[in-house]
Design a protein around this ligand. Structure first.
Ligand code: SDX
Length: 438
C-alpha cells in the first residue's frame, strides 16, 4: 500500500529578519504548486510565531494524494485529472487509486471489489443503535454517532501501529459507509433496512439499499447509478480541506480510525463545507423563479446582509471548480433520463450562474460555482431528500479521509497537531475574594 508521501525537495533557504533577529529557514520545492518555507525551527531559534487563521498560506503536511491548482481550476487524484477519471473510471477504481497510488490492473480491481463487497454488511447489533435516535434526526447526526460507534465493534482493526489493521479499517469504512448511510435514510422514513447484495456494484448496491422495499422487486436504472458513481468520484478527495484536516488532526493523537472518520463527518456537516449542497438547494427553492434571482444576487453582494450564494466561492478555486463542470453535465444527464427537461430549480440555477458570472462583485472576488452548486438539484432528481446530500458527500469522501489518514500515520515528520496562539487576554493578576469585588 503506497501510503507514504514522497517528500519535497530542498530548494535553498529564505532569510527572515525581524528587529535584531535574522534567521535562515529551509525552502522546499514541491512536484507542483507553490514553494514552501519550512518554519519548524522559527519558534525554537527566534522565539517567534507565525499567524495564519484559516491556514490560507500554510501547508500542514506533504502529500502525494491530491493536487489542486486554484487559479487554473485543476484537480488531480494521484496525478490523473478529475475530468478524465469522471469520464473513464469508476468510483471503486478511484478508491483503489487514492489508497494505493496507482490505477489497478484488472485482477487488482477484481480483488479490491471482492474485498470491499465482503465488508459491506455491518454487525447486526449496529441496527439497534438507530433505535436510540428520533426518526426525524438529521442523517448526519446519525452518521456521526454510528460511525463513531464502529470503534466498539471492530476491535481487530483499531491498532493504528499495525499496517494491516489500518488497511482493513480503511476497507471496512469504504465498504460500510453506503450501508450506514442507507440505514440512516431508511430509518428517517420509517422503512425497513435493506441488506447489501454481493452481486451488485458498489453504487448500484447503495441505491438499492436506499430505494428498495420488501413489497416489490427493485429495478436499478444503470444511467442513474452511473451518474451517482461519477458524483462519488468528484467528491472522493480534495487535499487538506476542513474535514480532511480534522481527520488528520484527530489521527495525529493516535485516535482509532473510526473515531477519526466520525470527526471528519462532524466537520463536513457545516454549511460552509459539505453542508453547502443542502444549503444550495434550499437557497434555489427560496429564490423560486428566475425573475427573483437579481434580488438575491443583490443580497449576496450586500456586506450588511449575511446571505451568501451557497454553492459559490471556494478557499482554493479562484477559477471555475473543475468538479462543478462535470457535476453540471451529470445534472443534465439525470434530468434527461428522468424527462425533467424543464426542472424549475435547474432554470433558476442556470440564471443565477449566468448573472453572477457577469457581475463585477463575483468577478473581482473570483467567486465561481463550486461542486455543491449543481449537486443538490442532481441528488434531488435521483430521489434523495436534501438532508441526505451531505451524508452522500461523507460516503464519497471517506476514501479520501482514510487515504490521507494512512499517509499521515506513515509520515515520519508528523507528530501530534498542536497549534499555538497569539495571546491577547489579561496579564497576570491576583484572585479577588468575592466580598471585595465591586
Ligand atoms: C466545499 O476546502 C475544500 O476543498 C472544500 C470542498 C471539498 O471538496 O472538500 O471543496 C467542499 O466545502 C466547497 C465550498 C462549499 N461552501 C459553499 O458553497 C458556501 C458558500 N461559500 C462561502 O461560504 C465561501 O466561499 C467559502 C467558505 C467556500 C470560502 O470562503 P473563504 O475562502 O474563507 O473566502 P471568504 O469567505 O473570505 O470570501 C472572500 C470574499 C468575502 O468578501 P470580502 O470580505 O472580501 O469583502 O468573497 C465573499 C466574502 O464575503 N464571498 C461571497 C461568497 N463566498 C465568498 N459572497 C457571496 N456569496 C458567496 N458564496
Amino acid at each position: 500500500m503506497n501510503t507514504k508521501a514522497s517528500g519535497a525537495r530542498p530548494n535553498g533557504t529564505a532569510t527572515l529578519t525581524y528587529g535584531n533577529k535574522r534567521i535562515e529557514l529551509p525552502a522546499l520545492k514541491p512536484t507542483e504548486g507553490p514553494d514552501a518555507i519550512d518554519i519548524r525551527k522559527l519558534y525554537g531559534e527566534a522565539d517567534i510565531f507565525t499567524y495564519d487563521p484559516g491556514f490560507t498560506s500554510t501547508a500542514s503536511c506533504e502529500s502525494d494524494i491530491t493536487f489542486i491548482d486554484g487559479e487554473a481550476g485543476v484537480l488531480l487524484y494521484r496525478g490523473y485529472p478529475i475530468d478524465q477519471l469522471a469520464t473513464e473510471s469508476s468510483f471503486l477504481e478511484v478508491c483503489y487509486l487514492l489508497l494505493y497510488g496507482e490505477l489497478p490492473t484488472a485482477s487488482q480491481l477484481e480483488q479490491f471489489d471482492h474485498t470491499i463487497t465482503y465488508h459491506t454488511m455491518v454487525h447486526e447489533q449496529i441496527s439497534f443503535l438507530f433505535r436510540g435516535f428520533r426518526r426525524d434526526a438529521h442523517p448526519m447526526a446519525v452518521m456521526v454517532g454510528v460511525v463513531g460507534a464502529l470503534s466498539a465493534f471492530y476491535h481487530d482493526s483499531t491498532d493504528i501501529t499495525d499496517k494491516r489493521q489500518r488497511e482493513i479499517a480503511s476497507h471496512r469504512l469504504i465498504a460500510k459507509m453506503p450501508t450506514i448511510a442507507a440505514m440512516a435514510y431508511k430509518y428517517s422514513i420509517g422503512q425497513p433496512f435493506v441488506y447489501p447484495l454481493n452481486h451488485l456494484g458498489y453504487t448500484e448496491n447503495f441505491m438499492r439499499m436506499c430505494f428498495a422495499v420488501p413489497c416489490q422487486e427493485y429495478r436499478s436504472n444503470p444511467v442513474l447509478a452511473k451518474a451517482l458513481d461519477t458524483i462519488f468520484i468528484l467528491h472522493a478527495d480534495h487535499e487538506q480541506n476542513a474535514s480532511t484536516s480534522t481527520v488528520r488532526l484527530a489521527g495525529s493523537s493516535g485516535a482509532n480510525p473510526f473515531a477519526c472518520i466520525a470527526a471528519g463527518i462532524a466537520c463536513l456537516w457545516g454549511p460552509a463545507h459539505g453542508g453547502a449542497n443542502e444549503a444550495a438547494l434550499k437557497m434555489l427553492k427560496e429564490i423560486g423563479s428566475i425573475d427573483r434571482v437579481p434580488q438575491y444576487v443583490k443580497r449576496a453582494k450586500d456586506k450588511n446582509d449575511p446571505f451568501r450564494l451557497m454553492g459559490f466561492g471556494h478557499r482554493v478555486y479562484k477559477n471555475y471548480d473543475p468538479r462543478a463542470k462535470v457535476m453540471r453535465d451529470q445534472c443534465y444527464a439525470v434530468l434527461d433520463e428522468l424527462g425533467n427537461h424543464n426542472d424549475p430549480l435547474l432554470k433558476t440555477a442556470l440564471e443565477l450562474e449566468r448573472i453572477a458570472l457577469q457581475d463585477d462583485y463575483f468577478i473581482e472576488k473570483k467567486l465561481y460555482p463550486n461542486i455543491d452548486f449543481y449537486s443538490g438539484i442532481t441528488l434531488s432528481a435521483l430521489g434523495f431528500p436534501s438532508d441526505m446530500f451531505t451524508a452522500l458527500f461523507a460516503l464519497a469522501r471517506t476514501v479520501g479521509w482514510v487515504a490521507q489518514w494512512q499517509e499521515m500515520i506513515e509520515d515520519p515528520q508528523q507528530k501530534i497537531g498542536r497549534p499555538r496562539q497569539i495571546y491577547t487576554g489579561a496579564r497576570r493578576r491576583d484572585f479577588v475574594p468575592r466580598e471585595k469585588r465591586g
